[in-house]
Structure formats: C-alpha cells, structure tokens
Design a protein around this ligand. Structure first.
Ligand SMILES: [Zn+2]
Length: 494
C-alpha cells in the first residue's frame, strides 16, 4: 500500500517536472523566435532608412525659421540634404535614425546656421582695396575710382577680382551676394565656378565707363546679359544695375523700370547714399532721391534692391515698405565715407526688409559680413541713444532671413527650412577666446568673426571644409592678383 502511494507520488512529481521543462522549453523557443523576428524587423527598418546626400550636424542648430522666436536653437541637431535642398531639420538622433547619408559633417562645439547674405557689393573691386582711403564720396569716385576703373577694368581684372572676392566670402561664411559691376557675364561665370549664389546686376550709367561710351551701349549690353543668363543657372539671378539717381537720367530710370517689369528682372541701385547726392537731386530735380526714383515709377511692381538708403524721410520709408523695396544697410562703407547713418530701426518698424552689405572692398576694405552684423547691432544703439534697438538676433536676421527677403531670395535661402536651398555654414566655438559660452546668439553677433567659420555649403555642395576653400586654387589666384596689383601700384606712383 505504502509502495503504491510512493510510486504514485513519484509519477506525479515526474509528470509535473516534465510539464514544467517542456513549458520552459516552449517558452524559450518562443522567446528565441520572437527576438529573432524583432532583430530582423530592426534590420529591415535600417534598410528602409530614407536616402540623403549629406547630413550636417551642429551642437547648436539655429534654423532662423521661427518668426515668433527667431533665436530658437536645437541642441545637438542636424540638417539632412538631398538634391541640393534641405529635406529635414531636427534633433541629431532623430535624423540619424531616419536618414541614410552618403556623407556626414560632424558638429561638436559648432553652430550650424543659414549662410550669410551680402546684399550689396562690387566684387572685382577687391583689387582696389586700400588704394584710396579717407576721402569724401564724390572726390573718392571722381579722382580715384572712376579714372582707375577706366584704365584697369578689363575682362581679366574682373575674372581675378571676382575670384578673390568669392574666396574671401566663402572663407567668411557668405553664401549669397548681390553684385553690381562691369562684365556681369564674367562675374556670373566665376560665381558659378566658385560655387556661390548671386544676384548679378549689369551696370548701366549715363557717362563713359569701362567698355561703354554712355547709356545706350551700357543699357544694350545689360539687356543682352539678362537675356543670356535669365533661367540659365539655378544659382545666378541676372538683374539690372542703373548706378544711382545722380548718374542716370529720369528717362533712363523709366526705361529700366519698364524693361524690369516686362522681363520680371530685379533692379539693384544705389539710392539716398550721401548728403551730396540729396543736394544734387534737390538742385536738378527739386526732389529727394527716394521721391525722385518713385516719380519714375521704378518701385511699382518691381523688385528693387536699394543699396545704402541712408537719407530717406519717414514718409518715404512708408512708400518703401508699401512697395516692398529692399534696403541694404552698409555700415562700414557709410562710416568710412562719412555718408551718414541709415535709419535702420525706423525702416524695420515701418516694415521694410533690411539686408546688410559690405559694399565694394575699395570702401570697406574687406568683405567680412560679421563686421557688418556687429556694426549694425552697435551703431543704431548710439544713434537712437537706446541700447535695446537692433538686438543681437535682429542683426543676425538682417544677414540671413530678413536679408534674404530684401534681395528677393526670401523663399529660397536665409533659413534652415525644409524645401529651401541647402545654403548653410558651421561656425566653430572651439577657440579659447570664445569661452565661456552662455548665449550662442550673443556670441554670433558680438564675438565671432570670419575666421571662426569652418564649413561653407551652397546648394548642398561643400565649398569650404575645415577652413580650406575647395573651389579656388589659392596659389594660382595669389599670382594672378599680384600680376594685376603690380600694374596698379606702378600707375599710382606716376
Ligand atoms: Zn556700392
């Protein structure tokens, strides 16, 4: 009896054990297969990542695409680029998980932000830098610039001068610029070769200038250039460049305005730059420069990029805002030529899109837009006796998002935004002189300079990597610059 009970108990224990073992085995097998399937799913997910051409990282990403909070920063962020455009902006981990990129640029201790926009320059004048300083505008133009241009400005001069300017702009993080100089077709070719984006205005002027006897042939050449380059290259926007109200007659201003409307071509013009200009226009046309240009209907249904705009009155600023005229503030040039201080705070208050420009290197004497950002942030504080005007972020907006609107490229560049052209820069905060870092935006406006830019990208193409410009042969360019500057030096000694 006891034996039978014992046997029964043993059988029961064996049965329970067997059940438990088989259950554990089944559970183990199930767990194993489910883990396997998860791994396979993960692998499939990795394969399904979206393709990108380039992933650019930034410890601080400043997209400038939030109108209500333009200084918003993504910490440890990234931008994904495909087919020359921005396809994503966001946290690095999210973008790395979502996109499979052929190339990646690391962003430790770097700010990733939109490339800077130089709203007014004369690129080839880099070869005249330091030639004549400390003079008033009219004697500077009439005694030095115009005669030297007549002697030296030839296709080779423009080719070399433009390349030198492009090199300097790439080094300093400028990705777009608005140019106005002779041989615009050569400027356009060089800009394409260097990889930058530009609005290139063909110069038009009433009196003899390099290559032209006067208005008729400069206008005809401008028309020919626009016909050849309109829609030819995604990085070049051809424009008309009537020089200024004091060098172009009212009839000729009207002629340009009509053609510009007809062909949908922007206009770049110096307007209201100096007191001497205001006096000349008052004497000859009984008007102020802005009202005089408006009387020729140039601002009507046209995209006008007005360089300088130092002396508009309040009523004229309302007109500029209403007619969507972009005003380009050139603080260094205005200071150097004592042209005056543009009423930038009032222009912005009125709703005018204000950009920043270096002007030509002959009146600057460099193409460093960081200097213009800093001057814009400082100059208006002292002018208005108010340290709260043009705060750091506004000064940076003038060189990026608002500046892009001022030059008519506001829907393409100036922000890190999905669908926009992939134009951006990395600014390194590594340098000991930039420590400590409490506020990145403050550093960008008040402490950073062009040497801190380490990467320049335009249309998704890397033009500068770790401070090395990839699109310019530096030695060759140095020799070409020397060959021309030697001739200019000899002429200056005569
Ligand atoms: Zn200028």
């Amino acid at each position: 009896m006891r034996d039978r009970t014992l046997k029964k108990r043993i059988r029961l224990v064996v049965l329970v054990l067997a059940k438990k073992i088989s259950l554990r085995l089944v559970t183990t097998v199930i767990t194993f297969f489910s883990l396997m399937s998860c791994a396979i799913a993960e692998e499939n997910k990795a394969v399904e990542k979206l393709p990108a051409d380039l992933l650019v990282l930034g410890e601080y990403v400043l997209p400038m695409n939030d109108e209500t909070n333009p200084s918003a920063i993504i910490r440890d962020g990234a931008v994904a680029i495909r087919n020359n455009k921005i396809i994503a902006v966001g946290p690095r981990l999210e973008l790395e998980a979502k996109y499979q990129s052929k190339t990646k640029i690391e962003g430790d201790n770097r700010v990733l932000m939109p490339g800077l926009i130089n709203g007014h320059t004369h690129t080839a004048m880099t070869l005249f830098k330091g030639m004549a300083d400390d003079l008033e505008l009219m004697p500077w133009l009439n005694n030095y610039i115009f005669p030297m241009e007549g002697k030296f400005v030839k296709p080779e001069f423009v080719r070399v001068g433009t390349e030198l300017a492009c090199y300097e702009m790439i080094r300093g993080g400028i990705t777009s610029f608005v140019d106005m100089y002779f041989y615009p077709e050569i400027i356009s070719e060089q800009t394409v070769n260097c990889g930058l984006r530009a609005v290139v205005a063909a110069p038009m002027i009433d009196f003899p200038s390099p290559g032209f006897k006067g208005w008729d042939d400069s206008f005809a050449a401008g028309m020919k250039y626009v016909e050849q380059w309109q829609g030819k290259h995604e990085r070049i926007t051809p424009a008309f460049g009537p020089h200024a109200p004091y060098t172009v007659s009212p009839e000729h201003i009207q002629q340009v305005a009509e053609k510009s409307r007809e062909l949908n071509v922007p206009i770049s013009m110096h307007i209201a730059e100096s007191k001497a200009e205001s006096e000349m226009i008052a004497k000859n046309h009984q008007s102020s420069p802005v009202a005089h240009i408006d009387n020729q209907s140039m601002f009507d249904d046209n995209q006008v990029i007005a360089a300088h705009m130092v002396h508009p009155n309040e009523k004229e600023m309302t007109i500029l805002a209403k007619k969507k005229v972009g005003a380009i503030h050139n603080p260094t040039s205005n200071l150097k030529l004592a042209a005056g201080i543009s009423p930038v705070t009032m222009l912005l208050k009125k709703g005018v899109s204000v950009g920043l420009g270096t002007d030509g290197a002959a009146s600057n004497n460099d193409l460093d837009l960081w200097e213009e950002i800093r001057l814009a942030a400082l100059l208006h504080k002292v002018k208005e006796n108010d340290p709260t005007v043009v705060p750091a972020i506004t000064a940076i907006q003038l060189a990026t998002s608002i500046g892009a609107r001022a030059v008519g490229l506001g829907k393409q560049v100036g922000q890190l935004r999905i669908g926009y052209k992939a134009d951006m820069i990395q600014v390194s905060l590594d340098d000991l002189r930039l420590q400590p870092i409490y506020n990145v935006v403050s550093h960008l406006a008040y402490a950073v300079d062009s040497h801190d830019v380490v990467t320049t990208i335009v249309s998704g193409n890397v033009l500068m990597k770790e401070r090395k410009v990839l699109t310019v042969d530096e030695n060759k360019l140095r020799h070409s610059v020397k060959a021309i500057s030697d001739k200019i030096s000899r002429e200056l000694k005569k």
